[in-house]
Design a protein around this ligand. Structure first.
Ligand SMILES: Cc1cc2nc3c(=O)[nH]c(=O)nc-3n(C[C@H](O)[C@H](O)[C@H](O)COP(=O)(O)O)c2cc1C
Length: 351
């Protein structure tokens, strides 16, 4: 059904317009989605296995990666599709329009996407207000929401730590976890912040700001890295994360290692390197950090491979675009979290 809609409707829309329509659909679609689940039009996520990580009980291992719900407009609807959690953002300290259009392309031959959005978002204050409203409802409080923060384009690199800290202070009260994004290819100089000298003060100030904002509650803090980092740099970020007492690492963002035009490529072309990075990170950090694997998940086997390589949690963006609203529950229903054995055959058959 979704593949028909994808071919006949979605492909006719420019990708950014399709994205707007989808976010609006999920924003207003929580009730219809619930009805669709009840009528068994969509697979239910009730077979998903929970994961405990960073002191949080995630109802399922697969969550929505950052970038789709940049302004936290559609969290409840997205959770209703069967994602175990939703990472909103990237949110920057100040609102900004992002790069000029066009800035998003489908790469149909590889079932990928390419984008150079440039962190278009409404800014930390506006997103905080929206999350505050979300958290004022029972359903909104039950959703596991990560908040991904990035540097405002107009902020100079030397002021990056202050910029991230501002967002952390404003958004921590509503976040189950925070992610410092230093890996998007579409803000000039952002990825240079992955060097340990640049990253250390950003992570320290972000940690401090989150703690000031929420006394008595320690909001887990993660860092999101690029697949294009050299292996030694992956190790260096892992070592820094351990040294600073971070909670985890999200690996990976989109890749610039392609010749398809401007922007970062996502989907299957990122899969092998994301798997590699997850494996490397797990070998480096042992059980001390939570690893969130992301990149090229199209099937349950892809997600399971990330888990088997060491990811506690997985995320997807592109696979959801190509898979449609029934996709997250289907994938989550098939995943076996780390350290757990597959379900008994009789249980699996009853699905
Ligand atoms: C259109 C688009 C926008 C994205 N925006 C963000 C973003 O704002 N922040 C971020 O950390 N990652 C962003 N990403 C990267 C995804 O979160 C994810 O790391 C990457 O796409 C690899 O996963 P995938 O292959 O499942 O898409 C974006 C990806 C796409 C395709």
């Amino acid at each position: 059904m979704y593949s028909l809609v994808f071919r006949t409707v979605i492909l006719r829309l420019d990708p950014e317009r399709a994205h707007r329509v989808a976010v609006r659909g999920f924003r207003y679609g929580r009730v219809p989605l619930a009805v669709a689940h009840a009528l068994r039009i969509l697979p239910a996520a009730r077979h998903a296995q929970p994961v405990r990580a960073m002191g949080i009980d995630f109802p399922a291992p697969l969550g929505l990666a950052a970038g789709m719900d940049k302004n936290a407009e559609a969290v409840a609807g997205l959770v209703a599709t069967g994602f175990g959690f939703v990472e909103v953002g990237t949110v920057t300290a100040r609102a900004q329009p992002g790069n000029p259009r066009p800035r998003s392309w489908r790469e149909l031959d590889v079932k990928g996407l390419r984008n150079q959005m440039g962190f278009n978002n409404e800014g930390a204050d506006a997103v905080a207000r929206r999350l505050q409203r979300l958290r004022s409802t029972r359903r909104g409080r039950a959703a596991i929401v990560g908040v991904n923060i990035g540097k405002t384009k107009a902020t100079a690199p030397e002021d990056a730590a202050v910029d991230y800290a501002y967002s952390a202070r404003v958004l921590a009260p509503y976040a189950d976890y925070l992610v410092v994004n230093v890996s998007s290819p579409n803000t000039p100089g952002l990825r240079d912040l992955q060097s340990t000298e640049a990253l250390r003060p950003i992570l320290e100030r972000t940690r401090a700001a989150a703690d000031e904002a929420r006394t008595g509650v320690r909001v887990p803090l993660l860092v999101k890295i690029a697949p294009d980092l050299a292996d030694e740099d992956v190790d260096a970020v892992a070592d820094l994360a351990l040294a600073l007492g971070l909670d985890g690492i999200v690996a990976t963002n989109t890749t610039v290692a392609h010749d398809r035009g401007p922007g970062g490529l996502s989907g299957p072309p990122v899969r092998a390197r994301a798997l590699d990075v997850v494996h490397r990170l797990r070998a480096r950090v042992g059980e001390k950090l939570t690893i969130v694997g992301v990149g090229g998940v199209s099937t349950a086997a892809d997600a399971q491979a990330l888990i088997d390589a060491g990811a506690d949690l997985v995320q997807a963006y592109t696979g959801f675009v190509y898979g449609g609203p029934g996709w997250p529950a289907r994938i989550n229903g098939a995943l076996v979290p780390r350290g757990r054995s597959p379900r008994e055959p009789s249980d699996a058959l009853s699905r």
